[in-house]
Design a protein around this ligand. Sequence first.
Ligand code: NAP
Length: 422
Amino acid sequence: MKNQKQPDAMDSANVIQWDAQNRPLAPDFPIIPFIEGDGIGPDIWAASKSVLDAAVERAYAGKKRISWREILAGEKAQAKYGPANPLPKETLSAISHYGVAIKGPLTTPVGGGFRSLNVALRQILDLYACVRPIRYLEGVPAPVTHPERVDMVIFRENTEDVYAGLEWPAGSADARELLTLVNAKSKAAGGTTVSLESAVGIKPMSRKNTDRLVSMAIRYALEHHRESVTLVHKGNIMKYTEGAFRDWGYGVAREKYGDVTLTEADLYEKFQGKQPVGRIVIKDRIADAMFQQLLLRPEEYDVIATPNLNGDYLSDAAAAQVGGLGMAPGANIGDCCALFEATHGTAPKYAGQDKVNPGSLILSGVEMLRFIHWDEAAKYVVAALKKTISQGVVTYDLARQMKGAKEVRCSEFGAAIVRNMD
Ligand code: NAP
């Protein structure tokens, strides 16, 4: 690719527009930008693209088709724009212009201006919800006895909490200055003080950002006929941040969705435990207890809304329960654009070996197809992926856990999925 194409007015018929309710409206021939990704990115993207294109062709026989457009980030962007520019502004404007995009994993540049390209993408584009569907795919080796009981979608707040990047190193003048102020305030309120030599970080949480995250989770639950939304927090300890998340979450459910939601208390007191049709139960769980519930009673949890750090831990733990990160899809969604992504990293030791599992990126593509309401194509991919795994045709990561499996390369796995669509 010589030049990264700029969004232009000629493209408008092929742009995924978002309506007033922040839902995407896809034309039949949308342009969807993709970031190939670093490390194993090119291998898994090539396999994923062939699977997604084949499914769209099978489902719509040429009446719908995706025009993929490459945009650059990470090492490819650095090679073109220089080492200081792993996230060019053309890439950011293309994602917001085209409304929906997909990406492979990106290496976090060492010593650059970015803590993480992924965090930067989420914050700059205000992709405030990290959405991680966790479902068991039959045949995938899993570490628990009943992985099929897990079927949940985690909405993790993406823009604040300890990910805001507000932290200062131990012994620095800034940390000391901040801690002097904090100690004076705490002392005046009769509280404890901390050593001025400590490192310090700030955990911001706001009502506005909690409201929009919880609203998105409730809207998802309504549209997908889910039974509950669980607010996962650590409000018993962090009362004004995590505790407020819980209270604001219940608040937005009551104020904006009062006619279609009810609390757990309402469920038992007013409805004797029988959930009325069309109403979603809003409940809350303390984060540590939620990790137990995830293992012991996963079937009681449907949609989860949670602050950034809890969501980070919880989504990886839940993904491991159904067979690992190699197969877990993800998306970052805002009010006017969405970026679908593989949830694992660049696995540099396997770069260029055509070896790894493209499942996470393929399933992220499935979520993208569902998001633009191309459900028929999504079904083709899932059915063929299940069939391929059930035939024991898998990449090395699954093969090492499955008896009698045939280990294939990344590209061969993609090709086998395409064949299984017939
Ligand atoms: P990683 O790239 O996810 O790899 C860790 C291990 O997970 C691999 O060695 C491999 O395990 C397994 N794995 C990952 N992807 C796989 C796949 N598609 N198929 C099969 N196995 C897979 O994590 P990391 O080594 O900690 O991070 C490497 C780089 O990725 C870092 O620069 C990090 O910043 C970046 N990263 C990017 C993202 C993102 O872009 N979303 C996310 C996380 C990390 P085995 O060795 O056991 O085979």
